[in-house]
Design a protein around this ligand. Structure first.
Ligand SMILES: N=c1c2ncn([C@@H]3O[C@H](COP(=O)(O)OP(=O)(O)OP(=O)(O)O)[C@@H](O)[C@H]3O)c2ncn1[C@@H]1O[C@H](COP(=O)(O)O)[C@@H](O)[C@H]1O
Length: 105
């Protein structure tokens, strides 16, 4: 079965050039990188609030919004979830100290 995030990423990529009046992804990308980043920041804040309030249902919804907007931002920047996976896999193969040093580069 295809991973849900991979399917969503494909849909987001396909919607980038769609009509902004019918596609939220197209509308957001049309508004530019700074707007996408702003939305990601808002969703991150809402996720943090839900976590602090220990509201598991709201936390799940806000986390979904956060991941969705992160994929939109990555797509707009010409990056993909595979790039993030590769970075995480690279870190997994390192010792803790090596990983910390590589992030400081
Ligand atoms: N997963 C999502 C998804 N998650 C969140 N959102 C949208 O993110 C927005 C966040 O809510 P806000 O109130 O913060 O934003 P807003 O008021 O709509 O926008 P602003 O004017 O504040 O910028 C809402 O409009 C949600 O509908 C999503 N919009 C689309 N998708 C999926 O993305 C795919 C492509 O969607 P379209 O581009 O609309 O075809 C489809 O598979 C959709 O299911």
């Amino acid at each position: 079965m295809a991973d849900m995030l991979d399917t969503l990423e494909q849909t987001i990529r396909a919607r980038r050039g769609a009509d902004p009046s019918t596609s939220y992804v197209a509308k957001l990308i049309h508004r530019g990188r700074a707007k996408i980043a702003q939305k990601l920041g808002e969703e991150a804040t809402e996720t943090v609030i839900a976590a602090i309030q220990d509201d598991r249902e709201e936390l799940t919804k806000e986390a979904a919004d956060l991941v969705f907007h992160l994929i939109v931002l990555l797509a707009d920047a010409g990056l993909s979830l595979d790039d993030v996976r590769a970075e995480l896999a690279r870190r997994e193969g390192m010792s803790g100290l090596e990983e910390k040093a590589s992030r400081a580069d």
